[in-house]
Design a protein around this ligand. Structure first.
Ligand code: HEM
Length: 142
């Protein structure tokens, strides 16, 4: 693996460790819960934070390392959240990239940031289709 010029890679245990994923999830939520716009959404919908952290660690471990512990349904869970906007997704992605930038693993950063943008884009497109079927779709990716 070329460490100086990361390329998008299929999920693989060499991309990062479970410890790095746990750090990423906890550090991201430390920021997101303090964010004036995102914080109240998380506090209003997550009652068991330990279970949510496990869920998010399993999700990123699946996406980055190729493990199969994740059991969930991100699409309906996000469609169920009221009031999501492109701006909120932008804030989420900004905090996520800031967090991956604090880790000394450029391969993790490149892969996690790329995945987050594309998954976020799909979540947001489906959100608009379900909630605003008459509006023109707005993507997150230029
Ligand atoms: C505006 C941006 C976002 C907000 C406000 C948001 C909020 C939330 C909330 C409140 C939950 C908990 C839902 C529940 O347990 O009922 C959740 C779950 C989750 N989110 Fe997000 N999210 C956002 C963007 C993203 C993005 C971009 C990703 C992926 C890259 C993501 C991945 C997930 C996953 C994997 C879960 C767990 C789903 C499950 O338990 O089945 N979220 N999100």
């Amino acid at each position: 693996m070329n460490m100086s010029q990361p390329e998008f890679a299929a999920p693989h245990p060499d991309i990062c460790t479970e410890e790095e994923i746990s750090w990423l999830v906890h550090a991201f939520y430390a920021k997101a819960r303090k964010d004036p716009k995102l914080g109240p959404i998380f506090e209003g919908h997550v009652s068991d934070w330990d279970a949510h952290f496990v869920q998010m660690i399993n999700f990123w471990s699946m996406k980055l390392r190729g493990t199969s512990r994740f059991r969930g349904a991100p699409m309906p869970k996000h469609v169920a959240l009221p009031g999501l906007t492109a701006e909120l997704f932008g804030r989420w992605l900004h905090l996520f990239r800031e967090t991956t930038g604090e880790m000394e693993n450029p391969v993790l950063k490149f892969n996690a940031d790329t995945l987050a943008l594309h998954i976020g884009d799909r979540l947001w497109l489906r959100y608009q289709m379900e909630r605003y079927p008459d509006r023109e779709l707005v993507g997150l990716i230029e």
